[in-house]
Design a binder for this molecule. Structure first.
Ligand code: FES
Length: 351
């Protein structure tokens, strides 16, 4: 499940400062690449002798089992995202890990879902919109989507087509921060003032099942805090941050304080190895040194590709930008951010 497969790019669709790759999913891999809307794919590529991994959210409908779309936003100097814009061609193969991620929506009939997205934060939300409209009879989706200018709006044609096709069930409100617009409401970033206005004027008659928030950290913090202040229970607010390529997140002290025996369960097999007091290593790094191949992408606490369950022992998680409270309560940790804090530890990637 956590291995990489070679997939072929069958279409490349230019977007503002981004591309959408369509990947062919052969019939024997369709179960493996089945996804929950909101999940992402991890890509692996060698660059000057170094292995790069990057995660990009699936932005297509899950009805098509034979293809998946991912949107790759160009980041200046991005070692994966820049070549993705210009060097890859239809017919090229890329190495891809099956979908992972817990920022996900399995829509139900009769429910109303709301998303706040900014920039490329639209990508996981797009798959959620498709699922809500295509896989239920009557569920509704309301999207509030912020960009700098109208020319920066990603997936604009798809959003417009869905709006036409599903009138009454899908509505979208665009916000532009660097372009004049007629309605003051639609000008500016999505911030506390906007969220309060939206809650009072657009959502006051609605019972919203879940809120999804995706974009830069500042926007996520503002929207989530505002929703909580406005009385939305924390468990109904879900967010996913993204890390720009090259953006580093530092790990404070990852010194292991006592010798420990580690057991890792993954894909039905147990792997055992020891770590020594004084070493500087996260659980993911210790496993890598011991030759145990674990899933990861950002190594920064953001993507949750490395999520596992702490079955036994104690670990200190230094950064967490992705796990929600219920996951922490259930014992999930990010192995790329966790340091052993007991002499015996068992983590599992199978739960
Ligand atoms: S690899 Fe991304 S959170 Fe650990």
């Amino acid at each position: 499940m956590h291995q990489f497969y070679k997939l072929t790019i069958t279409a490349i669709d230019p977007q503002p400062n981004a591309v959408v790759w369509t990947l062919d999913i052969p019939s024997d891999l369709q179960d493996e690449f089945d996804f929950i809307p909101g999940q992402h794919l991890t890509f692996k590529q060698m660059h000057n002798g170094e292995e790069l991994r990057r995660s990009y959210s699936i932005c297509s409908s899950s009805l098509r089992k034979d293809q998946l779309n991912v949107l790759i936003k160009s980041v200046e100097g991005g070692r994966f995202s820049e070549p993705a814009q210009s060097q890859y061609q239809v017919g090229d193969q890329v190495e891809v890990m099956p979908p992972t991620g817990h920022f996900a929506l399995q829509p139900k009939n009769g429910q109303c879902y709301v998303a706040f997205a900014a920039g490329s934060g639209i990508t996981p939300v797009m798959a959620m919109i498709y699922a809500t409209l295509e896989q239920t009879d009557d569920a509704q989706f309301i999207l509030f989507y912020g960009n700098s200018t109208s020319g920066d709006i990603l997936l604009h044609d798809e959003i417009a087509a869905l709006k036409d096709q599903y009138q009454g069930r899908f509505s979208v409100h665009f916000f532009l921060s660097r372009q004049k617009v007629d309605m003051p409401f639609n000008h500016g970033r999505i911030d506390h003032g906007k969220v309060t206005f939206i809650k009072d004027h657009f959502l006051n008659q609605l019972e919203v099942a879940d809120y999804f928030v995706c974009g830069p950290g500042e926007m996520i913090d503002a929207v989530c805090r505002s929703l909580e202040l406005l009385g939305v229970p924390q468990e109904n607010i879900h967010n996913e941050r993204f890390l720009s390529e090259g953006q580093e997140i530092s790990l404070a002290d990852k010194t292991i304080k006592e010798d420990a025996g580690i057991t890792v369960t993954i894909d039905g097999a147990n792997h055992r190895f020891d770590i020594k007091a004084g070493e500087q290593a996260t659980l993911l790094e210790s496993a890598e040194s011991a030759g145990v191949d674990l899933p990861y992408s950002c190594k920064a606490g953001v993507c949750a590709t490395c999520r596992c369950k702490l079955v036994e022992g104690e670990a200190e998680m230094i950064n967490n930008y992705s796990l929600e409270q219920w996951e922490l309560d259930a014992g999930y940790i990010l192995s790329c951010q966790s340091v052993a804090r007991s002499s015996k530890i068992h983590i599992s990637f199978d739960e």
